[in-house]
Design a protein around this ligand. Structure first.
Ligand SMILES: NC(=O)c1ccc[n+]([C@@H]2O[C@H](COP(=O)([O-])OP(=O)(O)OC[C@H]3O[C@@H](n4cnc5c(N)ncnc54)[C@H](O)[C@@H]3O)[C@@H](O)[C@H]2O)c1
Ligand SMILES: [Fe+2]
Length: 377
């Protein structure tokens, strides 16, 4: 029997209005000056100002840094470090979807770590260079998808390798994650659907991934059930706080569960974002059915369980995923997003270099990845 290590340590404050507790949490971890890391979209819907107002009222001096791209790049991190220093900040409050939450972790890293970002690439064992001396972080998600608020990874596209690169460290764990469903009601339907599909894919791929992790499996299955019961309501009735809250829980649970591992769908999705600028959750939604079909022969029983959770009336788990995708109004293939056969060789070249497929239940070659892209067109 092999050895496994299990840990789920972040303090999470959940509920409508949870944002009001923010200043107390910042002060409790010794923060006096906060850099709010967010993006233009979070500013536009008024959330950044709302967060600043809560901090200012609670006696924490706050400045807003909003120069984070939808798929973060290195420059966002360097600009954020400048903003952190200019404000003389001592805590980072990351507010937004996965993009600002990931950027916040890497900004924290670069305030104290001198090496170029590429040296910290998890794929080359870069975590060994990351020490405990990163400033404290508080995370406030405004999408319900990536679960980055409780994760230990920051994802950034690096100039050195052109890849969406995962930088991983236990020191990236937020001191507190504040999950306030009221902050997600402004998400448009398509972003709700796409980010929700990321949460669903995390739960599904984590449950199906190789390895023995019963806690992750339990969390993944309940997260999947929350997605099945609530994602379409969150899309069709955006102000439904119960459904919004349930999707926030599912997103957080998906990220806890994927400590176990992900699968080939995430390896297909990453190049679609770094090469083609596609939203991460949408990329997962478009590739997941083909990956589920690819895995069916080796994990039929698990996928039966997935089918029963998503839609017992569907013939297969892949059909259940397709059915939900359609119900949410998402496209039914990559072609609808401008991807063609001609793009596949380069995408497959990048996908095979991505580590996620190494925990896919069925061993995945570059040729398999190319075929999966073709099947997802
Ligand atoms: N760290 C991890 O473990 C992990 C896991 C999965 C994905 N990711 C990364 O996360 C990123 C994707 O994150 P995402 O899917 O949350 O999208 P995102 O953060 O890129 O946000 C998508 C869009 O939604 C807008 N938005 C966010 N909240 C909103 C709100 N409440 N109302 C209106 N608009 C809002 C943003 O401004 C942006 O334009 C990718 O870079 C992906 O690689 C990280
Ligand atoms: Fe993801």
């Amino acid at each position: 029997m092999s050895l496994s290590t299990w840990s789920f340590p972040t303090k999470i404050v959940f509920g409508a209005g949870a944002l009001s507790t923010l200043a107390d949490h910042v002060k409790a971890i010794g923060g006096t000056r906060a850099l709010i890391v967010c993006d233009a979209g979070v500013v536009k819907v008024g959330i950044a100002e709302k967060v600043k107002a809560v901090l200012d009222a609670g006696g924490v001096a706050a400045a807003i840094f909003d120069k984070v791209d939808p798929n973060p790049v290195e420059k966002n991190v360097f600009d954020g470090v400048e903003a952190y220093k200019a404000h003389r900040a001592d805590v980072i409050v990351s507010v937004g979807g996965g993009s600002p939450l990931d950027a916040g972790k890497l900004i924290a890293l670069k305030t104290t770590h001198e090496r170029p970002l590429v040296d910290y690439d998890d794929a080359t064992g870069g975590d060994k260079y990351i020490g405990a001396n990163v400033p404290p972080m508080i995370t406030i998600p405004t999408t319900a998808g990536t679960g980055s608020e409780v994760g230990r990874s920051g994802v950034v596209t690096l100039a050195a390798n052109g890849r969406k690169t995962v930088i991983f460290s236990p020191y990236f764990l937020a001191k507190v994650a504040i999950l306030d469903p009221e902050l997600t009601v402004s998400m448009p339907a398509r972003i709700t659907a796409a980010t929700g599909f990321d949460a669903l894919t995390h739960c599904l791929e984590a449950y199906c991934s190789v390895g023995d992790h019963p806690m992750a499996d339990g969390i993944a299955l309940l997260g999947l059930e929350l997605c099945a019961k609530n994602l379409s309501t969150a899309v069709s009735n955006p102000k439904d706080l119960e459904a919004r809250g349930a999707m926030m829980k599912a997103a957080m649970m998906g990220a806890v569960a994927f400590q176990k591992g992900l699968g080939a769908c995430h390896s297909l999705a990453h190049p679609l974002s770094s090469e083609k600028g596609m939203h991460h959750g949408l990329a997962n939604a478009l590739c997941l059915p083909a990956v589920v079909e690819f895995n069916e022969a080796v994990i039929h029983e698990k996928l039966e369980r997935v089918r029963m959770i998503l839609d017992p009336s569907a013939k297969t788990a892949a059909d259940a995923v397709r059915g939900l995708r359609k119900k949410l109004g998402l496209p039914d293939g990559l072609r609808a997003e401008g991807i063609t056969e001609a793009d596949i060789p380069k995408l497959a070249d990048k996908a095979i270099q991505d580590a996620c497929h190494t925990s896919n239940p069925k061993k995945t070659s570059k040729d398999d990845l190319a075929k999966l892209y073709a099947a997802s067109l």
